[in-house]
Design a protein around this ligand. Structure first.
Ligand SMILES: NC(=O)c1ccc[n+]([C@@H]2O[C@H](COP(=O)([O-])OP(=O)(O)OC[C@H]3O[C@@H](n4cnc5c(N)ncnc54)[C@H](O)[C@@H]3O)[C@@H](O)[C@H]2O)c1
Length: 296
């Protein structure tokens, strides 16, 4: 979709900063917005060091890296996004907060702009209902970390138009990704399958079946997963995992999706995973660079 000249990404956390980096590296101007200016400065330095790491490993030329860095802008002002052709929301996984944002975006975005959500599980149809342009609202679910992972799961809301779907698919392919398409049901494809597995790993730990190390080693060596489910939960963020389990539980109405009490307790205690230095595992003694080692 060569007509996309400027992309806005909202939410400068682990996903938003990765999506902004990916977009800039593919030659598209991108503006990253967060309500928290500290999150923006963390995003800016994490993107720069990730791009510089790619140059030092000869995965990217110095010229492309310099171009990519010039294409990025950072803001806390929503009005700066009014020229964007495509807006990708990657804020906290809360339907209420996302809906309030979509309501505002609908007012400031140009009439042709597509509003995409990177939600892991929340209904695109309901997010779209808070706008006057449900045909132009779509799910664009990047995997973590966005510059590395090859997949984008596109989710059609009840009213998403064929044009919006085609434009989102073309943009995803321009970003070098493979696309899968899901209907709008809780968890879509990937998290519908992945999150119950992670939740079950928490139950396995909670009921003292095995140690966290043995649970992860079992799934790595026994099923060829690159990361164990508890390590993966720490990488995703335990708060994100809990939010998704709650959406699956409420949306699909089956108690098999009830979040494990241990997952709930870790989140209550602020043990959110790698991003907080502690989750199922303690990362506080790791050197800073290895905490973000999975981001290129
Ligand atoms: N973490 C993952 O592995 C993963 C993978 C795929 C999709 N997602 C989805 O991506 C989204 C973001 O997840 P994350 O892990 O990057 O979260 P995160 O906690 O790392 O970042 C969220 C950011 O959003 C900002 N924010 C909150 N409310 C805002 C608002 N109203 N306006 C602007 N900024 C706001 C916060 O300040 C924070 O910087 C969620 O919907 C999540 O489900 C996450």
């Amino acid at each position: 979709m060569s007509s996309v000249k400027m992309i806005a990404v909202i939410g400068g956390g682990q996903m938003g900063s990765g999506i902004a980096q990916l977009t800039a590296m593919h030659g598209i101007d991108v503006c990253l917005l967060d309500v928290d200016s500290q999150a923006l400065s963390t995003a800016s330095s994490s993107i720069s060091s990730s791009i510089n790491r790619l140059v030092s490993k000869a995965h990217l030329s110095q010229a492309t890296a310099s171009e990519a860095l010039k294409r990025l802008c950072f803001t806390t002002n929503l009005n700066d996004l009014s020229h964007a052709d495509f807006i990708i929301e990657a804020i906290v996984e809360s339907e209420e907060v996302k809906k309030a944002l979509f309501l505002q975006l609908d007012k400031i975005a140009k009439s042709s702009a597509i509003l995409a959500s990177n939600t892991s599980s929340i209904s695109i149809t309901r997010l779209a209902s808070s706008t006057t342009r449900p045909k132009q609202v779509i799910g664009m679910h990047f995997m973590n970390p966005p510059p590395v992972m090859k997949l984008i799961e596109i989710v059609r809301g009840a009213d998403t138009s064929e044009d919006t779907f085609a434009a989102t698919k073309a943009l995803s392919q321009r970003l070098g990704k493979t696309v899968i398409t899901s209907q709008d049901y809780s968890g879509f494809i990937v998290n519908r399958i992945l999150m119950p597995m992670i939740n079950e790993a928490f139950y396995t730990l909670y009921t003292n079946v095995a140690t966290k190390e043995d649970i992860d080693t079992g799934m790595k060596l026994g099923t060829n997963h690159p990361m164990g489910p508890l390590e993966l939960a720490d990488f995703i963020g335990l708060d994100v995992c809990l939010s998704i389990m709650k959406v699956l539980h409420a949306g699909l109405g089956d108690n098999k999706y009830a979040p494990c009490p241990l997952l709930v307790q870790y989140v209550d205690a602020g043990r959110l995973g790698r991003k907080r230095g502690i989750g199922v595992y303690d990362y506080s003694k790791e050197p800073k660079s290895s905490k973000s080692s999975s981001r290129l």
